[in-house]
Ligand binder design. Sequence first.
Ligand SMILES: C[S@@+](CC[C@H](N)C(=O)[O-])C[C@H]1O[C@@H](n2cnc3c(N)ncnc32)[C@H](O)[C@@H]1O
Length: 277
Amino acid sequence: MNTLCLERLLWLAIDPRADDEEPHAIEDFVYHRPVLQREVLGLLKPKPGFLIVDGTCGGGGHTEALLQSGADVLALDQDPDAVQHVSERLAHFGRRLIVRQANFRHAASVLDEREELTRLFRELGEEPAARRIASLIVKMRRTSPFRETLPLARAIEKLVGRHGRHHPATQVFQALRMEVNDELGALEEGLRVLTARLAPRGRIAVITFHSLEDRIVKNFFRDHSREWLDKPEWPEPQRNPDYDLELVTPKPVEPSDEEQRANPRSRSAKLRVAEKI
Ligand SMILES: C[S@@+](CC[C@H](N)C(=O)[O-])C[C@H]1O[C@@H](n2cnc3c(N)ncnc32)[C@H](O)[C@@H]1O
C-alpha cells in the first residue's frame, strides 16, 4: 500500500499484489472484498472536499467506500473491463466519481488534464466553482467532445445553477477565450513592440479589464521605468538596459462612480500610462 499525500490530494490503494496476480475475471471483482478497508479509511480520513486517486480501482471496493465517506474519487485501472465495471456499478455517485483507463504511472498526466482546466478557470476566469466545472468537462468530453459553446454553457448552468445577472458560464468562457487566443502573451508582446516604436515623449496608454492583464502592464511599466537595478549580491547598482519609460500614472486610473453607474462594464477597467524618455 503506497499512500502519497499532496495537500488535499491523496493517492492510495496501490495493491502490492496486483502486478503478480493473474488477470481477474470481472466476476471476481463483484465479490472482491477490499483488503484493509477499515484501516485505509482510518488512515486517509476521507471526507467531503477531498479528491482521492485510487490507482488500482479493480472491482471498486475501496473506491466505493471512499465515495461513501463523501470524498470525490478519480479511479484508475489499466484493465478496460475493470473501468467499465466500476463506471457502471458506481454510476449512482454521479459527478463525484471519475473512472479512467490508465496505468497509475500516468496518474500525473491524468490529473494534469483535469488540473490544468481547474487552473485555467480559477486564474483566468476567477471562477469559484473551477474544480467542479473542470471535473464535469473532463467527464463529459470522454463520451462526446464539446464542439459548440451551447452544450458547455448548459452543462455549467446545470452544475452551478443561476445566480445573479450573468450567465454562470461567463467566467469559464472568458478563461477559455483568453487561453485559446493567448491574450496574456499577446499583451506582453504588444507592450514590447509598441513601446519600442514610441517616439521620444510619446505616450502609451493601456486599459485592462482583468487583474492578470493589469499585473502584466504594471510589471512591464515598472521594469522599463527603473533607471538602475540593484541586487544584494552585486558590488554596485547597474544601469537597466530596458530603461525607456517614465510612469505617468504611478497608480492605475479607474472609472468615476458616475461612469461606473452609466456603464457597469467599465467597473473592472484600469488605465495605466507611461511616456517614452
Ligand atoms: C486487486 S485489484 C484492486 C481491487 C480494488 N482495490 C477493490 O477494492 O476492488 C487490482 C487491480 O489493479 C489493476 N492494476 C494493476 N497494476 C496497475 C497499474 N500499474 N495501473 C493501473 N491499474 C493497475 C489491475 O488491473 C486490477 O484491476
